[in-house]
Write a protein that binds this ligand. Structure first.
Ligand code: GRG
Length: 316
């Protein structure tokens, strides 16, 4: 395609690389020891998982949402990505902690994550548990202490509250418990949907909504972001279930085949591989229509549409 003065070609790879680098610099700073008296093994263990790479999809969704919305007047001349960096770091810290705890012998008992030995394989179970605890609490500390002074305090408080909800019993923790309780049982689509909406979907939905909410976007845009978050969250999980069947340890950086081995309720167990792929096509179509109807993407800068496709067509 030829590039004209009016339309720039959207380079999604560079788009992601630039944002990933900003996020990782921020994480590196927030996760630095503040004093010589800080327990350095704990920091090493937290940094090992939080800075271990990963796609950074949740942070990218938050940044894309922040760049897409109408902002509060006092934030208009500021860089949207910089404004949401503490929020993105908080989300990725919570995501990293959930992976550390999920890999522990008492839960999934895994040895490989992001192509590296899991946290407890390197630091031992007790330190891995505490590194997860440290990241979980530090996420809220980072969010509440590092946001720019021009960010409205009541917007910040409601983002912090929703992050608690997305993470706790009504979100990720609750979803993990339902997942454990239904493992080995034959379940309906309804049950799988409700497990995944909490376990994986809640943090993804939050990531999109919060990117707009922190910058005080209008309610109609926040509602569209929340709905898009539900669609991407579900599509992400269906893809994850498919990759567990079709992917290799080398490409995934984690152990495949675990869902079937532990008799988990997944989209593939309900619809089969072809049915799950067809469901994904439906979700992608629905997501694209929503983005268009809600004018969430600028045609020459289709970040949300690219992130939707990326979360479905990824190979890891
Ligand atoms: C106390 C918050 C808290 C949680 C403990 C362990 C647990 C309860 C919940 C598990 C949640 C979990 C690990 C869900 C799986 C989500 C998932 C599919 C992770 C993989 O995400 P990717 O593919 O990973 O985005 P990368 O490595 O790219 O970041």
């Amino acid at each position: 395609m030829q590039q004209t003065d009016k339309e720039a070609i959207f380079d999604f790879t560079s788009y992601l690389d630039v944002r990933r680098a900003k996020l990782e610099k921020a994480l590196d700073f927030y996760l630095s020891e503040r004093s010589e008296k800080d327990p350095s093994t704990l920091y090493k263990a937290m940094r090992y998982s939080a800075l271990a790479g990963g796609k950074r999809l949740r942070a990218a969704l938050t940044m894309a949402a922040a760049e897409a919305v109408e902002r509060a007047p006092q934030l208009k001349d500021m860089d949207a990505v910089e404004l949401v960096l503490p929020l993105c770091a908080a989300i990725e810290m919570i995501h990293a902690m959930s992976l550390i705890h999920d890999d522990l012998p008492c839960l999934d008992n895994d040895d490989l994550r992001r192509g590296k030995p899991t946290n407890h394989k390197v630091f031992g179970e007790a330190m891995a548990l505490l590194a997860g605890d440290g990241l979980l609490v530090m996420a809220q500390e980072v969010l509440l202490s590092y946001c720019h002074e021009k960010i409205d305090r009541s917007a910040l408080l409601s983002v912090s509250l929703e992050l608690c909800r997305a993470t706790g019993p009504s979100g990720m923790v609750g979803g993990q418990v339902l997942d454990m309780e239904f493992t080995g049982q034959s379940v309906s689509e309804e049950v799988v949907r409700s497990i995944h909406a909490r376990k994986t979907g809640a943090l993804i939905k939050f990531s999109l909504w919060a990117g707009g909410a922190l910058l005080q976007a209008p309610e109609r845009q926040l509602q569209s972001l929340a709905r898009l978050g539900e669609i991407i969250g579900l599509a992400f999980q269906i893809t994850d279930d498919l990759l567990d069947v079709t992917g290799s340890a080398e490409s995934l950086g984690k152990t495949p085949g675990k869902d079937q081995a532990s008799n988990k309720a997944t989209w593939v167990s309900i619809f089969g591989v072809e049915g799950a792929k067809a469901k994904l096509k439906e979700m992608e179509k629905e997501g694209k229509e929503l983005i268009k109807e809600s004018s969430l993407d600028n045609p020459s800068f289709p970040a949300l549409q690219s992130l939707l496709s990326y979360s479905i067509n990824r190979e890891k």
